[in-house]
Design a protein around this ligand. Structure first.
Ligand code: BEV
Ligand code: ZN
Length: 266
């Protein structure tokens, strides 16, 4: 749970440590940190932005893992079987994992906001530039190393594709538990509308490196209350420790600084 920076006195503002990560909440000298508020009217339509092309092979899915901050669905990224290309990207990027951020209640939970509106949750599909870099760990350190697709979740109809994932969550209730999950096509979690915003940013969890081309879908997907509650019954804590519910696992908004958010739509 991100500590509130307001709670930290001004003098040690930059020294604030994240209660879970035990690493700085802010990156001194950071100029392209994430998440940010996307002010719709300030985004600039770029007619040269291409449609994003997504091709995932469901058999590259490996397992679900509770890493103590979110739950990650991880993929075999040893080949180019699950990739994205186009959009703002110069190269094709390989899918490594996806995960979510959510709140304790439906009033907040997303990392990015649109016109200062929070959504109850946000999906991140994490990809890396395997054309230019030999591994994810190296790509994480490079300005064009990663591409993350962000999808907002709003309260509405039950999402049948998400339900297969929700049904597996009790098996990864505690930190550092993992369950095999061998066929899943994450494109079922994407809205059908092709519209997106894009900007240069960072990871929102350690190592917080400024290596991400963010692609934020304009339209949210709908999930129902039971599905959000299933996220909230996960734990930050390991089996045997005092239970802490996994909620509010989102980073505070970061300053836009000298950045422009582009839109693929008018
Ligand atoms: N939430 S996020 O996707 O920006 N952060 C990450 N940290 C390590 C892999 S993804
Ligand atoms: Zn994330």
């Amino acid at each position: 749970r991100p500590c509130s920076l307001a709670a930290c006195s001004r003098k040690n503002r930059n020294a604030a440590l994240h209660p879970l990560w035990q690493s700085p909440l802010t990156i001194p000298g950071g100029t392209r940190q994430s998440p940010i508020n996307i002010q719709w009217r300030d985004s600039v339509y770029d007619p040269f932005l291409k449609p994003l092309k997504i091709s995932y092979d469901p058999t590259t899915c490996l397992h679900i893992w509770n890493n103590g901050y979110s739950f990650l669905v991880e993929f075999d990224d040893s080949t180019d079987r699950s990739i994205i290309v186009g959009g703002p990207l110069e190269n094709q990027y390989r899918l490594k994992q996806f995960h979510f951020h959510w709140g304790a209640i439906n009033d907040w939970g997303s990392e990015h906001t649109v016109d200062s509106k929070f959504y109850p949750a946000e999906l991140h599909l994490v990809h890396w530039n395997a054309v230019e870099y030999p591994s994810f760990e190296e790509a994480v350190m490079e300005g064009n190393g990663l591409a993350v697709i962000g999808v907002f979740l709003k309260l509405g109809a039950r999402h049948e594709g998400l339900q297969t994932l929700v049904d597996a969550l009790p098996a990864v209730k505690h930190k550092d538990t993992v369950i095999e999950f061998d066929v899943f096509d994450p494109s079922c979690l994407l809205p059908s509308c092709p519209d997106y915003w894009t900007y240069a940013g960072s990871l929102t969890t350690p190592p917080l490196t400024e290596s991400v081309t963010w692609i934020i879908k304009k339209k949210p997907i709908e999930v129902d209350e039971d599905q959000l509650e299933a996220f909230r019954m996960l734990l930050f804590t390991s089996d045997g420790e005092e239970e802490k519910r996994m909620v509010d696992n989102f980073r505070p908004l970061q300053p836009l600084m000298d950045r422009t958010v582009r839109s693929s739509f008018q």
